[in-house]
Design a binder for this molecule. Structure first.
Ligand code: AMP
Ligand code: GLY
Length: 424
């Protein structure tokens, strides 16, 4: 089966690594890929949001199956267009992708189907928005409706700061996306990222991981795409998993089908584990990054078989996915300055010796490129994923950091406290 994987981050390197282990995959092409993915399969320099370029590639290469990594091509309708060509796609339709691309859709959907989430209201005008703020207590949660590159969420501590933030949203801080604003109740608890696969009718649970969103140690500083992840998360007990499947995932799959927008793909539930049980913060319609790298290292079953069964609506016929119990971590190495301004094109050396020095370490590339003369270069904010697997989480993290200390990249940095919740 000639397979196309769309995307070029650490998530896609992990997906490519796992897809290449499947006997079902005879040939894998990745668009656009990165320097690490290019070591294991062919890469084509077409951006993940270049839908026209991707469709041409799909037809030219006679692709049999498509796996979509990031949300942009899904929100742009790549699945609908490829299905019109008769090609199975792992990833939801444009309409179903609204679960991530419109927070207002997601929140209203949860209300219709009784799915536990924070109380909220949606506003297109500043006056009623400010009046609603006054009915809540600090801290406040303010979000843009549309996609804002992961930056559209503000959590001001005081009413005055919240009002100033609302002014900025309506003054165009996020352009169009900021003209429809959601204000939510703040939920207290610990966060977890949970993943389930669905074909639109049936669903199976994968595992939960914990991300580290802030750039600084001790969860300080600005939000990032994610600085590291690990699994299993002690907070995510079997009881919590049962409640998430029963109260959140299953009603979502059923609700989407009832509303005639069946969701096929991976449901990534961003959860708050509160004293009243798990509640949904948000849905993403793709694997999390850096969580996916951990999930892929722990997955023992055939990924291609699972994703193809979901894409074809035959999930009930596929064997249930099996996971290793060995704790696994992923520490993200970033370019200095990230998530603000950072340099690209800085030299990275000694990667292979660093990986080979530790038994349980496997390095996935994110923003990297290869230059004939200069060798491996950084090409983004999040650049490398140092994953490690061991008998316990502490050993896995020690191995990851020991490998990191051997990587020769003066422009890189990591958070040194990945996994602190589980280790404490
Ligand atoms: P989101 O982009 O919706 O995932 O929000 C980004 C981050 O803001 C989440 O990972 C949470 O840490 C935080 N957050 C969002 N909504 C809430 C909420 N209602 N209560 C508490 N924290 C929240
Ligand atoms: N790690 C969070 C995300 O992928 O959105």
């Amino acid at each position: 089966m000639k397979t196309l994987l769309i995307g070029g981050g650490g998530r896609e390197h992990a997906l490519a690594w796992k897809l290449m282990q499947s006997e079902l995959v005879s040939d894998l092409i990745c668009a656009p890929g990165n320097a690490g993915i290019a070591q294991i399969c062919g890469c084509v320099d077409i951006a993940a949001n270049d839908i026209i370029g991707l469709l041409a590639l799909i037809q030219r290469e006679k692709i049999d199956f498509i796996v979509v990594g990031p949300e942009d091509p899904l929100a742009l309708g790549i699945t609908d267009m490829a299905q019109d060509l008769g090609i199975p796609v792992f990833g939801p339709s444009q309409a179903a992708a609204q679960l991530e691309s419109s927070k207002a859709f997601m929140k209203d959907f949860c209300k219709r189907h009784n799915i536990p989430t924070a109380a909220y209201d949606v506003f297109t005008e500043i006056k009623p928005a400010k009046a609603f703020l006054k009915t809540l207590s600090a801290p406040y949660v303010i979000k843009t409706d549309g996609l804002a590159g992961g930056k559209g969420v503000a959590i001001p501590e005081t009413l005055a700061e919240a009002e100033a933030e609302l002014d900025a949203y309506f003054d165009g801080k996020f352009g169009e996306a900021g003209q429809r604003v959601i204000i939510e109740e703040f939920m207290h608890g610990e966060e977890a990222s949970f993943f389930a696969i669905t074909d639109g009718k049936d669903c199976v649970s994968l595992i939960a991981a914990q991300d580290h969103k802030r750039v600084g140690e001790g969860d300080t500083g600005p939000n990032t795409g994610g600085m590291g992840a690990y699994a299993p998360a002690p907070i995510f007990t079997k009881e919590v998993e049962g409640a998430v499947m029963k109260d959140i995932i299953t009603p979502t799959v059923k609700g989407m089908a009832e509303e005639d927008i069946p969701f096929c793909g991976v449901l990534f539930a961003g959860l708050m584990i509160t004293n009243d049980g798990p509640k949904l913060i948000e849905y993403n319609i793709r694997f999390g990054d850096p969580e996916c790298q951990v999930v892929m290292r722990m997955l023992e079953s055939d990924l291609a078989e699972l994703l193809l069964a979901a894409a074809k609506g035959e999930l009930s016929k596929a064997p249930a996915p099996k996971f290793s119990a060995a704790p696994t971590a992923n520490v993200v190495m970033c370019a200095k300055g990230y998530p603000g301004k950072y340099a690209k094109g800085t030299s990275i050396k000694n990667l292979e010796p660093a990986q080979e020095s530790q038994d349980g370490v496997l390095i996935f590339h994110a923003g990297t490129k290869y230059d004939e003369e200069q060798g491996l270069l950084s090409n983004g904010g999040r650049v490398l994923n140092i994953t490690a697997q061991a008998d316990n989480l502490k050993d896995a993290l020690d191995q990851a950091y020991a490998a990191i200390d051997q990587i020769d990249w003066t422009d890189g940095f990591v958070r040194r406290d990945i996994g602190w919740r589980a280790l404490k």
